[in-house]
Design a protein around this ligand. Structure first.
Ligand code: FES
Length: 239
């Protein structure tokens, strides 16, 4: 490893912050030690091109290691000529000055919290319907399921799992034969005591390269009238 008599200094712009560097170290590591986090969705593998920094004009290109193959792939020759480098790929070799574009700073990332809203008509596969079942003449879960299909005017080939078949008589007994039925295409997937038909939620996910943003929205689906998302979203992020 190259030995230096005096410490190597890196000047960071626009802060004009000067830090002393102990080699070997990459620009990204120096910046992290200085408290400046760069956007790095590829975890410094040199594949995303987001950790872009610029060596100030007039500074020796030899203050950093030569561009790696990954940098040559991701950066145009003009960018390289203008002093742009990928911080995760560049080893510091001598005193230099580096400018950090706002777009490269992790702290500059913003999650969009609002925007234009509009009414959306949905056609979900899963729907809920509240029903009051009339008294049953025949005993048994299969008879109740068939009655349910008749009352809901559901498809004759509608299926229900064994767990649903077992649950149905119990719920009917406990709730005076009033329940909410959830169906997904040709299956009964859930039974709930009483009327919970308005308790419908939709989850919207935006899976980005650095952040996953989820919005849980209340939706109202009643039989025969399409649901619409009407409430203001609550937003959570999982960086
Ligand atoms: S962090 Fe992805 S290229 Fe540097």
């Amino acid at each position: 490893m190259e030995q230096h008599d005096s410490p190597i200094r890196l000047t960071i712009l626009p802060e004009n912050q000067v830090v002393e560097v102990v080699l070997p170290i990459t620009l990204m590591e120096v910046l992290a030690e200085a408290g400046i986090a760069l956007t790095a969705p590829c975890a410094a593998q040199g594949t995303c091109g987001k950790c872009l920094v610029q060596i100030e004009r007039g500074k020796s290109t030899e203050s950093l290691s030569p561009p790696t193959g990954l940098e040559l792939e991701l950066l145009t020759s003009r960018r390289l000529r203008d002093g742009f480098r990928l911080a995760c790929q560049s080893q510091v070799r001598a005193d230099t000055t580096v400018s950090i574009p706002p777009t490269s700073r992790a702290s500059e990332m913003r999650i969009l919290l609002g925007g234009a809203s509009r009414k959306v008509t949905l056609e979900p596969s899963i729907v809920k319907r509240f029903v009051r079942l009339p008294p049953q003449q025949l005993e048994g879960a299969f008879a109740e399921i068939n009655l349910l299909k008749d009352v809901l005017d559901l498809r004759a080939d509608l299926r229900a799992d064994y767990a649903i078949l077992r649950e149905l008589p119990i719920i009917l007994q406990q709730t005076n034969r009033q329940l909410t039925v959830s169906t997904c295409e040709d299956r009964i997937i859930a039974l709930e005591p009483g009327d919970t038909a308005d308790g419908v939620y939709g989850l919207a996910l935006d899976v980005g390269t650095t952040t996953v943003v989820g919005v849980l929205m209340g939706a109202c689906k009643t039989w025969g009238s399409p649901p619409s998302f009407t409430c203001a979203p609550r937003l959570s992020s999982f960086p």
